[in-house]
Write a protein that binds this ligand. Structure first.
Ligand code: NAP
Length: 298
């Protein structure tokens, strides 16, 4: 059974990750709520099950990648969910970005039926999922991590066991704080540069190689100044993650001032109907306050 692996949730991320499991030579059994999304995987050689339960009945290691906390609840504990098909000794590995607290609750519930659980949220976007170069932050028992490693290595290039169950999700939220605060800095800097009469392309080129350089500046800065709002990660999903940060920070009793401000800036953009734009459209919230658009002159 060990070369057989299940995958539930074949969206932008899950579809890429499952394809990489196939490419690595594993026998893969997949399920997606919307059946036609499983077709490319079936064409590439995956077996298709008609429910998450069906995946768990055929595999003893099952990956999940769905949208939000209630969706993981659905696919794991809902009717025809993974928990109904899993046996003692099965292992569930959740790669979605969801609540650390809910994650710990699921692991405890599954442990009662002898089923192991790892949280293994990912970073690296759709490109990383497709290329198998994700950064994967894993929480759980070392023996379960070791068991999942061959699969994780097929999907990611940086795999870090960060602590017990829930720690992977907490680390992913750390990642999200860093992503959005970095983007706020890029946005504020570009609006300021435009107000100061600078050429924006030259400005980015001048500063990106020094201490001010960042992934966001190098990758999303050029998109901003060229009016390109195609998403690597949408504002709506980004907001979901910031809500998770704010909830976890409340539980921890720690202030998250920058994240809170950014959450509300994104909220103004959602109200303007821009939730499906990329998270770099954060700049538009500042542009509206400043009355200046940070675009490159033609
Ligand atoms: P997506 O393309 O919208 O896919 C979501 C997947 O979840 C689909 O397969 C969807 O099924 C399934 N799903 C949602 N609710 C469900 C439910 N209640 N029951 C069964 N299936 C359900 O999203 P994605 O970009 O792949 O993101 C998936 C997860 O990865 C999210 O937690 C996200 O935050 C995280 N993530 C995304 C990125 C990124 O750049 N996109 C990066 C890192 C992490 P249907 O096809 O039937 O709708």
């Amino acid at each position: 059974m060990s070369a057989r692996v299940g995958y539930v949730g074949l969206g932008i991320m899950g579809g890429g990750m499952a394809a990489n499991l196939l490419r690595a030579g594993f026998d893969v059994v997949v399920h997606n709520r919307t059946a036609d999304r499983a077709e490319p995987l079936a064409a590439a050689g995956a077996e298709v099950a008609d429910s998450p339960r069906g995946v768990a009945e055929r595999c003893d290691v099952i990956f999940t990648c769905v949208s939000d906390t209630p969706d993981v609840e659905d696919v794991v504990f809902g009717t025809d969910g993974i928990a109904e098909g899993a046996r003692a000794g099965s292992l569930i590995v959740d790669t979605s970005t969801v609540s650390p607290e809910a994650t710990r609750g699921w692991a405890a519930r599954l442990a009662e039926q002898g089923v192991g659980f790892l949280d293994a949220p990912v970073s690296g976007g759709s490109e990383g999922a497709a290329k198998g170069t994700l950064s994967i932050m894993v929480g759980g028992d070392p023996s379960n991590v070791e068991r999942a490693l061959p699969y994780l290595e097929a999907m990611g290039s940086t795999i870090t066991h960060v602590g017990p169950v829930g720690a992977g999700q907490t680390c992913k939220l750390v990642n999200q704080i860093l992503v959005v605060t970095s983007m706020l800095g890029v946005a504020e800097a570009l609006v300021f540069a435009k107000a100061g009469g600078l050429d924006l392309e030259k400005t980015i080129a001048a500063v990106e190689g020094g201490a001010a350089g960042s992934w966001m500046l190098a990758n999303r800065g050029p998109q901003v100044i060229r009016d390109d709002w195609r998403p690597g990660f949408t504002i709506d999903l980004q907001q979901k993650d910031l809500r998770l940060v704010l909830e976890a920070a409340d539980e921890l009793g720690v202030p998250t001032i920058a994240t809170s401000t950014i959450f509300h800036l994104y909220r103004t953009l959602q109200r303007a109907g821009l939730g499906s734009e990329g998270n770099h459209a954060l700049v538009k919230a500042l542009e509206r306050l400043a009355g200046i658009e940070a675009r490159q002159d033609a």
